[in-house]
Design a protein around this ligand. Structure first.
Ligand SMILES: [Zn+2]
Length: 171
């Protein structure tokens, strides 16, 4: 979403409220794909005399990934508070700062940055998840040895599992 800051710049020091949604692309986090619901953003923005704009607010979204132990789908609520200064005329290629160059401020990078910073270290379906063995208790036949886990990565294991299931259903 974009904030139209032209009025705020004419009225430096005046605080403006905002609310909206920001779509976010799936993220590759440590080899796992995390998909993200549209972020709900709300807060305020205020321009300073030099044209910089301070954006202050809160973000909520839901992140979807796979349990690190058993690969079951897991959804986690994410909330984050942010307060960032968007520097007028700042280098858009500079990852260390937020900047803008026109009458509008794009909140996509802010939303994504704060969402990723607030994701759990790992997605777990439940406390004490017993891992891949849990699938057997759900009636899913799983036979994975270490040799069958390319890179021993959970998501690689899932791909392998899905491929095996697809292969079986084709028979
Ligand atoms: Zn699990």
């Amino acid at each position: 979403m974009k904030l139209d800051v032209t009025q705020a710049i004419r009225n430096a020091g005046t605080v403006y409220p905002f609310r909206g949604e920001q779509a976010m692309a799936p993220q590759d986090i440590a080899g796992d794909t995390v998909t993200l619901d549209d972020a709900q953003l709300e807060g305020t923005f205020v321009a300073m005399e030099n044209g910089d704009v301070v954006v202050d607010g809160k973000l909520t979204t839901v992140a979807h990934a796979r349990c690190a132990y058993c690969l079951a789908p897991v959804s986690v609520s994410v909330t984050a508070d942010y307060r960032e200064t968007f520097i007028y005329g700042g280098d858009p290629e500079d990852d260390e700062i937020f900047s803008y160059n026109s009458g509008k401020i794009d909140l996509e990078r802010l939303a994504l940055t704060y969402t990723v910073l607030n994701l759990p270290m790992r997605f777990i379906c439940k406390d004490g998840c017993a891992g891949i063995g849990d699938w057997e208790s759900r009636g899913v036949s799983v036979r994975l040895s270490q040799e069958e886990l390319p890179g021993q990565h959970p998501f690689a294991a899932l791909k392998q599992l899905l491929a095996e299931q697809a292969g079986e259903s084709d028979d």
